[in-house]
Design a protein around this ligand. Structure first.
Ligand code: 5GP
Ligand code: ZN
Length: 133
């Protein structure tokens, strides 16, 4: 097995607060949540980054995304239409990739964050990017 924290979580060698599991995917709570709901969706097989994904991974990546509304609806994060026609609720999905993308754990994972406004750490540092341009 890879010397990888998320592989160890998938193999039950490291504990995690799991919320969903099937043969292909595992969902568990982020240990440092950025909002009341903060899940990580991972494939059980080791893929380091989104940059390593190819056509063979299309189905798995699609199923990761298709799982999101099921998870979020179960935790009160679905988008709701208010009586005045405005929308409320919702969530953020995020895949950090490589050093420039802020990836810390090198096992592909999608963040699903909701249940409140998201802290700024998940936002791109646009001021720094503008200075580089
Ligand atoms: P990244 O920065 O790689 O996109 O996100 C890695 C995420 O993994 C971080 O949000 C971090 O809080 C989470 N994390 C790191 N170590 C652990 C752990 O041992 N257990 C769980 N559940 N989450 C972890
Ligand atoms: Zn891994």
């Amino acid at each position: 097995m890879e010397d990888c924290l998320f592989c160890k979580i998938a193999a039950n060698l490291v504990p995690a607060d799991k919320v969903f599991e099937n043969d292909e995917l595992l969902v568990f709570k982020d240990i440092y949540p950025a909002a009341p709901v903060h899940f990580l969706i991972i494939p059980k097989v080791h893929i380091s980054t989104l940059s390593d994904c190819r056509g063979r991974d299309t189905g798995m990546l699609g199923r990761m995304l298709a799982l999101v509304p099921l998870l979020t609806a179960g935790h009160g994060c679905e988008v709701k239409m208010e009586v005045d026609g405005s929308r409320s609720g919702g969530f953020k999905t995020l895949i950090n990739t490589g050093p420039d993308g802020g990836q810390e754990i090198y096992h592909l994972h999608m963040h699903v964050i909701g249940g409140g406004r998201i802290r700024g750490a998940m936002k791109v540092e646009t001021a720094a990017l503008q200075q580089q341009a």
